[in-house]
Design a protein around this ligand. Structure first.
Ligand code: AMP
Length: 403
């Protein structure tokens, strides 16, 4: 039998998350992470799903990404799933920024590495960490195909009218300033899963996908192709997020520089790490915000209202962009779990054919499900995202094609 397992790696600057998947039957065999790489209190957590074993955790310094991947390899080997297994078909890497060039998953070679490196100026936080993960994995298994799956790829179908900012074209082109969008793997997976839930082909349906996690983005998907998304040059644009501001008047930045005396780096940190829900009320976890609202906390309530107001604006905007909407799909940590967010986001949109059935919306957990009332003009759905499965499927399909 030909090898049918894919290892999916998501390498951040101080963490590596991994999943090993069996593609025959789409099963997850193991999952784990290494956190706080480089610190003395690094954490290695591994769950051997195939054997149904207990999650194992240990702390102690994991010096760098090389040591992190070796720790992962040891954990996998302890379950008989080592990286030397002949059943391993490929390693799929999540890469945040693929620019305009990478529109599809791509087998990694030196040229591809160089191009990902060339994109570092537009993704300074993410691409270097992704590259480190790839290089380390290539050193561990140089014979194995390694595939890059880009967060931006799904959005490369956006028309120029949605992808361009209205700034001087020469300046924009010189610095590769345009709207790239992120969370693309999730938007691709969820828009297709939503079509499946409706019993229709992705080519036939128009979907607004609301990926609401700690980072959050919306996308307008027409017949399976993205036509607009809320994140832009970086993941800062768009919705109110856990710690990011989302949209704001760009003049706020000059004002903070000229009047507030802040540096570019300080403003970068303010807008990316100290804004959004955490900036508005001190908490970025929606569970905590809802608990505070239930206790009558006005600050938490205002933060929630601002979050919902922005979300509603994007639903309306993408309704207009698409013209006809078949479904609105909620996904990621907040979208999958926070019923009050879903109810508030579509409240008052009956005129657009959008409504939520209270009983259906209150159901917790489970797979993709409709939460709109029976016979609604537009389906409202909760569709759990699965970025690892999507990366594994894209990787496996590409490697299979090349064999
Ligand atoms: P993600 O980035 O997709 O992992 O989402 C993380 C966010 O999901 C957290 O910051 C929480 O705000 C939110 N979240 C997770 N579980 C719940 C829940 N049961 N109710 C409300 N929000 C939740």
């Amino acid at each position: 039998m030909s090898p049918s397992r894919v290892l999916v790696l998501n390498s951040g600057s101080s963490s590596v998350k991994y999943q090993l998947l069996e593609m025959n039957g789409s099963k997850r065999l193991a999952t784990g992470l290494v956190e706080r790489i480089g610190e003395r209190t690094s954490l290695v957590r591994h769950t051997p799903l195939a054997s149904g074993g207990e999650t194992r955790e240990r702390t102690g310094q994991v010096a760098d990404h090389d040591a992190a991947l070796k720790a992962m390899a040891e954990e996998l080997a302890a379950d008989g799933l080592g990286l030397d297994s002949p059943e391993l078909a490929a390693i799929g890497h999540r890469v945040v920024h693929g620019g305009k060039r990478f529109t599809d998953p791509t087998v990694i070679d030196e040229q591809v590495l160089a191009e990902i490196e060339r994109l570092i100026p537009v993704a300074p936080l993410h691409n270097p960490a992704n590259l480190t993960g790839i290089r380390t994995a290539m050193a561990l298994r140089p014979d194995l195909p390694q595939v890059a799956v880009f967060d931006t790829a799904f959005h490369t179908t956006m028309p120029e009218s949605a992808a361009r900012y209205a700034i001087d074209v020469r300046t924009a082109d010189a610095h590769r300033i345009r709207r790239y969008g992120f969370h693309g793997t999730s938007h691709a997976y969820v828009s297709r899963a939503t079509a499946r839930l409706l019993g229709r082909a992705p080519e036939e349906v128009n979907v607004i996908v609301l990926h609401l996690g700690n980072g959050a983005s919306a996308s307008a998907v027409r017949g399976g192709r993205c036509v607009d998304t809320s994140m832009g040059l970086t993941p800062l644009e768009g919705l109110v997020m856990g710690t990011r501001s989302g949209d704001l008047d760009p003049a706020v930045i000059f004002h903070l520089m000229r009047v507030g005396g802040m540096s570019a780096d300080e403003i970068d940190t303010l807008l990316n790490k100290k804004s959004g829900l955490v900036g508005l009320c001190g908490d970025n976890d929606m569970r905590e915000i809802r608990r505070r609202i239930d206790e009558g906390d006005r600050e938490a309530e205002l933060a929630f209202d601002i979050y919902i107001h922005r979300l509603k604006k994007y639903i309306g905007a993408y309704y207009a962009v698409l013209g006809r909407v078949d479904a609105v799909a909620f996904t990621a940590g907040v979208g999958e779990n926070a019923a009050p967010v879903r109810a508030a986001a579509v409240a008052g949109l009956e005129g657009l054919g959008l409504a939520v059935d209270e009983g259906r919306n209150a159901v917790r957990g489970g797979g993709p499900r409709l939460i709109s009332p029976e016979g609604a003009r537009v389906a409202v759905a909760v569709v759990p995202t699965d970025e690892e499965m999507e990366i594994a499927q894209q990787t496996y399909a590409l490697v299979g094609k090349n064999n």
